[in-house]
Ligand binder design. Structure first.
Ligand code: ZN
Length: 305
Protein backbone atom coordinates (compact mmCIF):
# COMPACT_ATOMS: atom_id res chain seq x y z
CA UNK A 1 0.00 0.00 0.00
CA UNK A 2 2.92 2.35 0.72
CA UNK A 3 4.26 1.60 -2.75
CA UNK A 4 0.89 2.21 -4.45
CA UNK A 5 0.61 5.42 -2.42
CA UNK A 6 3.90 6.68 -3.88
CA UNK A 7 5.96 6.48 -0.66
CA UNK A 8 8.61 4.35 -2.37
CA UNK A 9 9.49 6.22 -5.58
CA UNK A 10 12.25 3.74 -6.54
CA UNK A 11 9.55 1.25 -7.58
CA UNK A 12 8.98 1.75 -11.30
CA UNK A 13 5.73 1.10 -13.20
CA UNK A 14 5.16 -2.50 -14.16
CA UNK A 15 7.16 -3.97 -11.29
CA UNK A 16 5.83 -7.24 -9.89
CA UNK A 17 5.27 -6.46 -6.21
CA UNK A 18 5.67 -8.71 -3.19
CA UNK A 19 8.53 -9.48 -0.83
CA UNK A 20 6.95 -12.23 1.25
CA UNK A 21 6.15 -15.83 0.55
CA UNK A 22 6.74 -19.52 0.76
CA UNK A 23 7.21 -21.77 -2.22
CA UNK A 24 8.73 -24.82 -3.84
CA UNK A 25 12.08 -24.61 -5.60
CA UNK A 26 11.60 -25.18 -9.33
CA UNK A 27 15.13 -24.70 -10.54
CA UNK A 28 18.47 -23.61 -9.04
CA UNK A 29 21.36 -21.66 -10.53
CA UNK A 30 24.93 -22.97 -10.60
CA UNK A 31 25.93 -20.95 -7.52
CA UNK A 32 23.27 -22.49 -5.28
CA UNK A 33 24.38 -25.24 -2.90
CA UNK A 34 21.84 -25.29 -0.07
CA UNK A 35 18.67 -25.85 -2.10
CA UNK A 36 17.50 -28.24 -4.78
CA UNK A 37 14.36 -28.50 -6.93
CA UNK A 38 11.39 -29.67 -4.88
CA UNK A 39 12.57 -28.08 -1.61
CA UNK A 40 9.93 -26.14 0.31
CA UNK A 41 11.30 -22.76 1.23
CA UNK A 42 10.57 -19.57 3.10
CA UNK A 43 11.61 -16.46 1.19
CA UNK A 44 13.12 -13.63 3.20
CA UNK A 45 12.09 -10.10 2.27
CA UNK A 46 15.79 -9.22 2.46
CA UNK A 47 18.29 -10.53 -0.06
CA UNK A 48 21.74 -11.13 1.38
CA UNK A 49 24.97 -11.90 -0.48
CA UNK A 50 26.53 -13.13 2.76
CA UNK A 51 29.92 -11.69 1.82
CA UNK A 52 29.89 -7.88 1.93
CA UNK A 53 30.81 -5.78 4.99
CA UNK A 54 27.18 -5.24 5.96
CA UNK A 55 26.29 -8.92 5.63
CA UNK A 56 29.27 -9.79 7.82
CA UNK A 57 27.80 -7.49 10.48
CA UNK A 58 24.39 -9.22 10.06
CA UNK A 59 22.98 -5.97 8.62
CA UNK A 60 21.56 -7.80 5.63
CA UNK A 61 19.15 -4.92 5.01
CA UNK A 62 22.11 -2.96 3.70
CA UNK A 63 23.75 -5.75 1.72
CA UNK A 64 25.74 -4.05 -1.04
CA UNK A 65 24.21 -6.32 -3.67
CA UNK A 66 20.88 -7.07 -1.99
CA UNK A 67 18.84 -5.70 0.89
CA UNK A 68 15.20 -5.02 0.19
CA UNK A 69 15.14 -5.52 -3.57
CA UNK A 70 12.26 -8.02 -4.03
CA UNK A 71 9.19 -6.24 -5.37
CA UNK A 72 11.19 -3.01 -5.14
CA UNK A 73 14.17 -2.96 -7.50
CA UNK A 74 13.56 -6.42 -9.02
CA UNK A 75 10.36 -8.40 -9.58
CA UNK A 76 8.84 -9.82 -6.42
CA UNK A 77 6.83 -12.73 -5.13
CA UNK A 78 3.24 -11.96 -6.18
CA UNK A 79 3.57 -14.15 -9.26
CA UNK A 80 3.55 -17.80 -10.34
CA UNK A 81 7.36 -17.91 -10.28
CA UNK A 82 9.96 -15.72 -8.65
CA UNK A 83 13.74 -15.59 -8.98
CA UNK A 84 15.53 -15.24 -5.64
CA UNK A 85 19.12 -13.97 -5.96
CA UNK A 86 21.69 -15.31 -3.46
CA UNK A 87 19.27 -18.08 -2.58
CA UNK A 88 21.70 -19.82 -0.20
CA UNK A 89 21.74 -16.83 2.14
CA UNK A 90 18.27 -15.42 1.43
CA UNK A 91 15.92 -18.39 1.91
CA UNK A 92 15.20 -20.90 4.68
CA UNK A 93 14.19 -24.54 4.50
CA UNK A 94 10.67 -25.14 5.75
CA UNK A 95 10.76 -27.88 8.39
CA UNK A 96 8.51 -30.85 7.54
CA UNK A 97 5.04 -30.67 9.06
CA UNK A 98 5.04 -26.86 9.24
CA UNK A 99 1.99 -24.73 8.73
CA UNK A 100 3.23 -22.99 5.61
CA UNK A 101 0.72 -20.14 5.71
CA UNK A 102 1.87 -19.16 9.18
CA UNK A 103 5.45 -19.08 7.97
CA UNK A 104 4.64 -16.37 5.40
CA UNK A 105 4.53 -14.02 8.39
CA UNK A 106 8.24 -14.77 8.85
CA UNK A 107 9.21 -13.28 5.49
CA UNK A 108 8.84 -9.75 6.78
CA UNK A 109 6.33 -8.69 9.41
CA UNK A 110 7.53 -10.85 12.33
CA UNK A 111 11.25 -10.10 11.93
CA UNK A 112 10.52 -6.44 11.14
CA UNK A 113 8.38 -5.86 14.19
CA UNK A 114 10.69 -7.88 16.41
CA UNK A 115 14.04 -6.45 15.30
CA UNK A 116 13.06 -2.87 14.58
CA UNK A 117 10.30 -2.55 17.19
CA UNK A 118 10.90 -4.88 20.11
CA UNK A 119 14.70 -5.27 20.07
CA UNK A 120 15.50 -1.69 19.05
CA UNK A 121 13.00 -0.51 21.64
CA UNK A 122 14.78 -2.60 24.25
CA UNK A 123 11.59 -4.09 25.70
CA UNK A 124 12.37 -5.42 29.20
CA UNK A 125 10.41 -7.50 31.72
CA UNK A 126 8.00 -5.20 33.57
CA UNK A 127 8.06 -2.45 30.94
CA UNK A 128 5.04 -0.48 29.85
CA UNK A 129 4.93 -0.64 26.07
CA UNK A 130 2.69 1.31 23.71
CA UNK A 131 2.26 0.21 20.11
CA UNK A 132 0.79 2.79 17.76
CA UNK A 133 -0.86 1.01 14.83
CA UNK A 134 -2.73 -2.28 15.12
CA UNK A 135 -2.10 -3.41 11.54
CA UNK A 136 -0.14 -6.57 10.70
CA UNK A 137 3.21 -5.09 11.78
CA UNK A 138 1.84 -3.60 14.99
CA UNK A 139 0.12 -6.89 15.83
CA UNK A 140 3.38 -8.75 15.17
CA UNK A 141 5.17 -6.37 17.52
CA UNK A 142 2.47 -7.10 20.06
CA UNK A 143 3.05 -10.85 19.73
CA UNK A 144 6.85 -10.73 19.78
CA UNK A 145 7.09 -8.13 22.58
CA UNK A 146 5.56 -10.73 24.88
CA UNK A 147 8.73 -12.82 24.54
CA UNK A 148 10.20 -10.26 26.98
CA UNK A 149 7.31 -10.22 29.48
CA UNK A 150 6.44 -6.51 29.58
CA UNK A 151 3.95 -5.57 32.31
CA UNK A 152 1.59 -3.69 29.99
CA UNK A 153 1.10 -3.43 26.27
CA UNK A 154 -1.17 -0.57 25.24
CA UNK A 155 -2.43 -0.84 21.69
CA UNK A 156 -3.39 2.39 19.91
CA UNK A 157 -5.34 2.56 16.65
CA UNK A 158 -8.27 4.29 14.94
CA UNK A 159 -10.13 1.05 14.25
CA UNK A 160 -12.13 -0.53 17.08
CA UNK A 161 -12.26 -3.90 15.34
CA UNK A 162 -8.46 -4.07 15.22
CA UNK A 163 -8.24 -2.96 18.84
CA UNK A 164 -10.66 -5.69 19.83
CA UNK A 165 -8.56 -8.24 17.94
CA UNK A 166 -5.40 -7.01 19.62
CA UNK A 167 -6.78 -8.10 22.99
CA UNK A 168 -6.77 -11.67 21.68
CA UNK A 169 -3.11 -11.25 20.76
CA UNK A 170 -2.16 -10.07 24.24
CA UNK A 171 -2.82 -6.32 24.46
CA UNK A 172 -3.51 -5.43 28.10
CA UNK A 173 -5.10 -2.08 27.25
CA UNK A 174 -6.45 -0.54 24.07
CA UNK A 175 -7.05 3.03 23.09
CA UNK A 176 -8.83 4.59 20.13
CA UNK A 177 -6.92 7.64 18.94
CA UNK A 178 -9.62 9.02 16.63
CA UNK A 179 -10.54 11.77 19.11
CA UNK A 180 -7.04 13.21 18.74
CA UNK A 181 -6.28 12.90 22.46
CA UNK A 182 -4.21 9.72 22.42
CA UNK A 183 -1.38 11.35 24.39
CA UNK A 184 -3.71 12.39 27.23
CA UNK A 185 -5.30 8.94 27.24
CA UNK A 186 -1.91 7.20 27.51
CA UNK A 187 -0.91 9.53 30.36
CA UNK A 188 -4.15 8.69 32.14
CA UNK A 189 -3.59 4.96 31.69
CA UNK A 190 -0.06 5.22 33.06
CA UNK A 191 -0.73 7.46 36.11
CA UNK A 192 0.82 10.41 34.31
CA UNK A 193 4.13 8.61 33.86
CA UNK A 194 4.17 7.64 30.19
CA UNK A 195 5.66 4.52 28.66
CA UNK A 196 9.06 2.83 28.64
CA UNK A 197 8.80 1.89 24.99
CA UNK A 198 6.73 3.41 22.20
CA UNK A 199 6.66 1.44 18.96
CA UNK A 200 5.55 3.43 15.91
CA UNK A 201 4.02 1.00 13.42
CA UNK A 202 2.16 3.30 11.03
CA UNK A 203 4.46 5.83 9.38
CA UNK A 204 2.58 9.14 9.60
CA UNK A 205 3.69 12.38 11.27
CA UNK A 206 0.70 12.23 13.64
CA UNK A 207 1.48 8.71 14.87
CA UNK A 208 5.17 9.51 15.32
CA UNK A 209 4.11 12.56 17.30
CA UNK A 210 2.03 10.46 19.68
CA UNK A 211 5.07 8.25 20.30
CA UNK A 212 7.46 11.09 21.07
CA UNK A 213 5.00 12.65 23.53
CA UNK A 214 4.28 9.56 25.63
CA UNK A 215 7.86 8.57 26.47
CA UNK A 216 8.97 8.46 30.09
CA UNK A 217 12.43 9.77 30.91
CA UNK A 218 14.76 7.03 29.72
CA UNK A 219 12.12 5.84 27.27
CA UNK A 220 12.77 4.39 23.85
CA UNK A 221 10.93 5.25 20.66
CA UNK A 222 11.33 2.52 18.07
CA UNK A 223 10.13 3.66 14.67
CA UNK A 224 9.01 0.80 12.45
CA UNK A 225 6.60 2.68 10.17
CA UNK A 226 7.47 3.53 6.57
CA UNK A 227 7.42 7.33 6.38
CA UNK A 228 6.77 9.26 3.19
CA UNK A 229 6.80 12.75 4.75
CA UNK A 230 9.04 14.58 7.23
CA UNK A 231 7.99 14.63 10.88
CA UNK A 232 8.49 17.34 13.51
CA UNK A 233 10.93 16.24 16.16
CA UNK A 234 10.08 17.85 19.52
CA UNK A 235 13.70 18.07 20.49
CA UNK A 236 13.00 21.04 22.78
CA UNK A 237 11.07 18.63 25.02
CA UNK A 238 13.04 15.47 24.39
CA UNK A 239 16.64 16.63 24.90
CA UNK A 240 16.37 16.58 28.69
CA UNK A 241 14.55 13.27 28.96
CA UNK A 242 17.33 10.77 28.14
CA UNK A 243 15.25 9.15 25.45
CA UNK A 244 16.45 7.07 22.56
CA UNK A 245 14.93 7.09 19.06
CA UNK A 246 15.74 4.28 16.68
CA UNK A 247 14.86 3.56 13.07
CA UNK A 248 15.64 0.73 10.74
CA UNK A 249 14.99 -1.63 7.92
CA UNK A 250 14.77 -5.24 9.00
CA UNK A 251 17.89 -7.34 8.66
CA UNK A 252 16.05 -10.63 9.15
CA UNK A 253 18.94 -11.87 11.31
CA UNK A 254 16.33 -13.03 13.85
CA UNK A 255 14.35 -15.10 11.35
CA UNK A 256 15.89 -18.48 12.35
CA UNK A 257 15.06 -17.81 16.01
CA UNK A 258 11.53 -16.67 15.18
CA UNK A 259 11.02 -19.73 12.99
CA UNK A 260 11.64 -21.87 16.08
CA UNK A 261 9.19 -19.90 18.21
CA UNK A 262 6.53 -20.28 15.53
CA UNK A 263 7.29 -24.00 15.15
CA UNK A 264 6.92 -24.52 18.89
CA UNK A 265 3.62 -22.59 19.00
CA UNK A 266 5.05 -19.90 21.33
CA UNK A 267 4.04 -17.34 18.69
CA UNK A 268 0.94 -17.98 16.60
CA UNK A 269 1.11 -15.65 13.60
CA UNK A 270 -1.49 -17.58 11.64
CA UNK A 271 -4.14 -15.64 13.56
CA UNK A 272 -3.14 -12.60 11.53
CA UNK A 273 -4.50 -14.08 8.29
CA UNK A 274 -7.93 -12.65 7.56
CA UNK A 275 -8.39 -13.32 3.84
CA UNK A 276 -7.20 -15.71 1.16
CA UNK A 277 -7.32 -15.17 -2.62
CA UNK A 278 -6.05 -17.13 -5.60
CA UNK A 279 -3.43 -15.24 -7.58
CA UNK A 280 -5.86 -14.58 -10.42
CA UNK A 281 -8.01 -12.51 -8.03
CA UNK A 282 -5.13 -10.28 -6.99
CA UNK A 283 -7.03 -7.10 -7.88
CA UNK A 284 -9.82 -8.04 -5.48
CA UNK A 285 -7.23 -8.87 -2.85
CA UNK A 286 -5.74 -5.39 -3.15
CA UNK A 287 -9.21 -3.86 -2.99
CA UNK A 288 -9.90 -5.70 0.25
CA UNK A 289 -6.62 -4.57 1.79
CA UNK A 290 -7.14 -1.00 0.60
CA UNK A 291 -10.43 -1.02 2.56
CA UNK A 292 -8.91 -2.89 5.48
CA UNK A 293 -11.09 -1.30 8.14
CA UNK A 294 -14.36 -1.97 6.31
CA UNK A 295 -13.32 -5.48 5.23
CA UNK A 296 -11.79 -6.31 8.61
CA UNK A 297 -8.64 -7.26 6.75
CA UNK A 298 -5.37 -7.94 8.48
CA UNK A 299 -3.04 -10.15 6.46
CA UNK A 300 -4.14 -11.32 3.02
CA UNK A 301 -2.73 -14.56 1.59
CA UNK A 302 -2.38 -14.98 -2.19
CA UNK A 303 -2.04 -18.56 -3.35
CA UNK A 304 -1.07 -20.09 -6.63
CA UNK A 305 -2.87 -23.34 -7.51
ZN1 ZN B 1 25.88 -8.52 1.31
Amino acid sequence: MHILGGDVPAVTDGRTLGHEGVGIVEEVGTGVNNFKPGDKVLISCITSCGRCDYCKKAMYAHCEDGGWILGHLIDGTQAEFVRIPYADTSMYHIPPGSDEEALVMLSDILPTSFEIGVINGGVQPGDVVAIVGAGPVGMSALMTAQLYSPAEIIMIDLDNNRLEQSKKFGATKTLNSSEGNAVEQVMELTDGKGVDVAIEAVGFPVTFDICQQILKPGGRLANVGVHGKPVDLRLEQLWIRNVKITTGLVSTSMTPMLLKTVQSGKIKPKQLISHRFPLNQITQAYEVFRNAAKEKAMKVILYND
